[in-house]
Design a protein around this ligand. Structure first.
Ligand code: SF4
Length: 329
């Protein structure tokens, strides 16, 4: 069966005075209709660059897909012309970002901006688009939509602006919503409301969501499947339940240990020491080696393979080699 989206061995390079630098290296993942896929990692892990490449929005002349493919319903997005990609962005894939002010126009009222995004995707009249805007704003939980249509973006709170962005993204009824750190700038209560809203829209409309975040707590809230990225590679992926229950990769374990939990035994939070390396300094062996508490000699110079466990749970780590004294699940 054709997947909704497949990323196949994707590598992305950035131009640099001393030659191209690979920032994303050979990542593969799949997205099913209606699924929520979390891509998690610290900043510098390559997750946002990956989402830009899916949207065909890598900065021209600065970054390019060096290898691999991105397919939507089996059709390569990389073979598409800019006008075809614009249609994909307008109809099949929509995006919301961390800071809605970067996407909203500060000089136009909210109503005009939503109407315009509806009319970009359909042949609706102004009047019809106005009616639909009100429906969309109600669907995203805005209680006085007619009034909100008449205000400017700066008159709204961060949470309200993110709701407006979600309404605009939903105007085309996309098959995929890419949400890049959608709740990072919001306080915890509003964060929970926005996650609830995304869950509700997904259920009602069957939209698949790619959620890009540094926060495993957010992933735990709404994702079916998780990809953990580190230094431009996917180091672990699997269904959310098994990944949280039995994390395999030392980096995933480190991320989980640094995350506050409100149930079970109280434990001191442990930060992962060190930082994600710059792409020009990626090691030839395991890229996590300089920070890994389980590092072995082999890790320094030999890149680990991707090992398969149950239900598509995969991990890129030498701990799971046949000749390593570790029990496979
Ligand atoms: Fe740690 Fe080695 Fe596994 Fe890398 S391959 S995560 S250094 S144990």
């Amino acid at each position: 069966m054709t997947k909704l989206m497949e990323i196949d061995q994707l590598s992305i390079e950035f131009a640099n005075a001393s030659g191209p630098i690979q920032v994303v290296s050979g990542i593969s993942l799949e997205l099913e209709p209606g699924q929520t896929l979390g891509i998690v990692g610290e900043s510098g892990s390559g997750k946002s660059v990956t989402s830009l490449s899916v949207m065909g929005l890598l900065p021209r002349g600065l970054a390019r897909v060096a290898e691999g493919d991105i397919r939507l319903h089996g059709q390569s997005l990389l073979d598409m012309s800019e006008s075809q990609m614009q249609r994909v962005r307008g109809n099949q894939i929509a995006t919301i970002f961390q800071e809605p002010m970067t996407a909203l126009n500060p000089v136009f009222k909210i109503g005009r901006q939503i109407r315009e995004s509806i009319r970009q995707h359909s042949k609706k009249s102004k009047k019809e688009a106005h009616k639909e805007s009100i429906i969309l704003l109600s669907e995203v939980g805005i209680s006085a939509p007619e009034q909100i249509m008449e205000v400017y973006p700066h008159q709204l709170s961060g949470g309200m602006r993110q709701r407006v962005m979600i309404a605009m993204a939903m105007a085309s009824n996309p098959e995929i919503l890419i949400a890049d750190e959608p709740t990072t700038a919001l306080d915890v209560t509003i964060q929970a409301q926005i996650l609830d809203l995304m869950r509700k829209l997904q259920k009602e409309r069957g939209t698949a969501i790619i959620l890009i975040t540094h926060d495993l707590g957010v992933v735990a809230e709404i994702c079916d499947r998780v990809c953990v990225m580190y230094a431009g590679q996917i180091v672990e992926q699997g269904d959310a339940k098994s990944l949280f229950k039995e994390p395999k990769h030392p980096y995933t374990v480190g991320l989980l240990n640094s995350m506050p939990r409100f149930s079970g035994e109280m434990k001191r939070l442990q930060a992962i020491s060190g930082q994600v390396p710059h792409p020009s300094e990626y090691a030839t062996g395991c890229r996590f080696a300089s920070r890994c508490p389980s590092r072995m000699d082999v890790c320094e110079n030999t890149e680990p393979a991707l090992y398969d466990f149950n239900n598509g749970h995969r991990c890129k780590c030498h701990l799971y080699r046949e000749d390593t004294n570790v029990t496979h699940s």
